[in-house]
Design a protein around this ligand. Structure first.
Ligand code: TMP
Length: 238
């Protein structure tokens, strides 16, 4: 498979064409951003860690029957994915109060939620990704009623699977963000990445942050922490 021209450059990844229109070549970058890009740094080794972690997690989700765009890892910082048309929604699932949820509703971080909460945010940098409800999503024609139902259901299936995965490596899954895409025939696939950049992961014993909050909140170096998540996932797979 040939790496072709650059199709898209995001905050953490570059997407390249290949000789197969159904396949995209992804390169994970060493860039970290927060506050919608206002805080930005190059962190050597981050791309490699997220590429490897995402690959392992997408393989696990596939084994649980959750269709996703991951095809295979090519190198430490590259992977092949299926071409999809990304739905411009960030789908956030929360199991424990934290982050914007705690700030907005004055619910202390660490409060367990009785049932998982699914939230939708409109992916639009100029608007700072506002939270939207189903009626907004339909009005903006981002997804149909059936698709919204499917997104919610898939997000909750991912939640069940990821809780099991992280629990087995002594990590509490606090919350996470997913993105989905449509294939040509309309089938919805889980897309983008699932990594410590997009999840809040707390060590079960120490409550230590094993995720991007280390960077967002200036708590230290993310590399040893992301490496710890990768090590635990790899050890589990042995
Ligand atoms: P929040 O508490 O800031 O709304 O974040 C909820 C979860 O979603 C958290 O695990 C971080 C993740 N997330 C992203 O991956 N990208 C984003 O742009 C945002 C806002 C959150």
């Amino acid at each position: 498979m040939e790496k072709g021209t650059l199709l898209y450059e995001g905050k953490a990844k570059q997407l390249f064409q290949t000789d197969d229109p159904e396949v995209i070549w992804v390169e994970y970058l060493n860039q970290a951003t927060a506050l919608n890009g206002a805080k930005k740094d190059q962190i050597s080794g981050k791309g490699e860690l997220n590429n490897q972690i995402t690959g392992l997690i997408f393989d696990f989700l596939e084994s649980k029957g959750i269709s996703n765009h991951f095809i295979k890892r090519l190198s430490t910082n590259e992977q092949l994915i299926q071409t999809v048309d990304i739905i411009p929604l960030e789908v956030v699932v929360r199991n424990i109060a934290a982050g914007s949820f705690s700030r907005r509703l004055a619910i202390p971080e660490g409060t367990p939620l009785k049932t998982p909460i699914v939230e939708f945010y409109y992916k639009k940098d100029e608007l700072d990704d506002p939270m939207v409800v189903d009626d907004h999503i339909r009005t903006l024609e981002l997804a149909t009623t059936d698709e919204i139902t499917q997104l919610r259901q898939m997000a909750l299936e991912v939640d069940d699977a990821l809780i099991e995965l992280f629990d087995s490596i002594d990590i509490r899954l606090v919350d996470f963000k997913l993105e989905f895409g449509r294939q040509k025939d309309g089938t919805i696939l889980l897309a983008d990445e699932v990594s410590p950049d997009t999840c809040r992961l707390w060590d079960k014993k120490t409550n230590e942050h094993l995720d991007k909050d280390i960077y967002r909140r200036d708590l230290g170096d993310i590399i040893p922490v992301y490496q710890e998540v990768l090590n635990r996932l790899e050890k589990r797979g042995e």
